[in-house]
Design a protein around this ligand. Sequence first.
Ligand code: GAF
Length: 368
Amino acid sequence: MNTVTGSAPGRVNLIGEHTDYNGGFALPLALPHRTRARVQPRADGVVTASSSAPGSSTVTFDRATQPGDVDGWAAYVAGVFWSLRESGHEVPGADVVVDSDVPRGAGLSSSAALECAVLVALDRVAGLGLDRTGMALIAQRAENDYVGAPTGAMDQMAAMHGGDGQVVLFDARAVSAQPIPCDLDAAGLALLIIDTRAAHSHADGEYGARRASCEEAAAQLGVSTLRALQEQQVDAVVDRLGDDVLRRRVRHILTENARVLRTVDLLRAGKVPDIAPLLTESHASMRDDYEISAPEVDVAVEAAMQAGALGARMTGGGFGGSVIALVDRERSDAVAEGARTAFERNGFTEPHTFVVVPAVGAGVQEDQ
Ligand code: GAF
């Protein structure tokens, strides 16, 4: 068996937040930032995981690892070995060496990038021949049941299905990924990321609490997921719920799904600038109805808009992480500067800002 290097991108979600675990729609894109995992098979069944990140030490575990054996960043690696076995796939032990330029803790899915980089490499090393959606679901299971973060599959689907100049329409009920053209450059636009550097995690309680609220609302409404209500009038649906918090959670999910579909229509029609107000509406919905924003995030969105962004919203799981701003290309520096100035005024840590374009999904390279 040869040594194989897998690589997989981080992602930003253009629109469609917290919809995936409700059987809904999301529209992520793969980032140019990637995680690489060099996987050298070994015959003794042992796995070592090491990282080029400063201060990280090598973690050793058995290829038949079980949830609870490994924690920290290496749990995402161990989780992939576990999830593959749980799905009936035999893989050898290996020395896994990880290197990444996906910002960590920024809401840009460094965890899915790590899972998917290891997974595509193991798929090739063991000659499994898995398809991309199948691998995304195996990676999601690693995150859910080994790491313990109750996420949907959007991040892994973006890492697996992303493409140059495209966003990925993820339909969580159908478990399908469809490429949608998104040529920002041709429209004279840029997508600016403002990493607020406000702490963010999926494994803590708030993400799971939102998921539980949606499941509770679906049960009260007599459906298996909120997606089943998508064709109905939003007000009529929420009026059937007695609890105000559940009403607002459901309103976010149903209106957000509709915004994703509207965005897709506009992108298909080549009307890229017209998606901007939908991004800003999505942010207001996350802030007011779903209550997953954070002070740094709201300041970043407001500052971006004041500095001339066409639309802006938080991206990812929430409670921190990154904001995306759709800007006229020549305004991107001014918008980034506007965010920095506002953060300084508010006494927040300086944000990281950078422009991204949709990039390719996971892939492998075999060492000669
Ligand atoms: C995180 C999760 F991992 C995704 O599955 C998704 O729910 C997202 O938050 C919110 O849209 O990135």
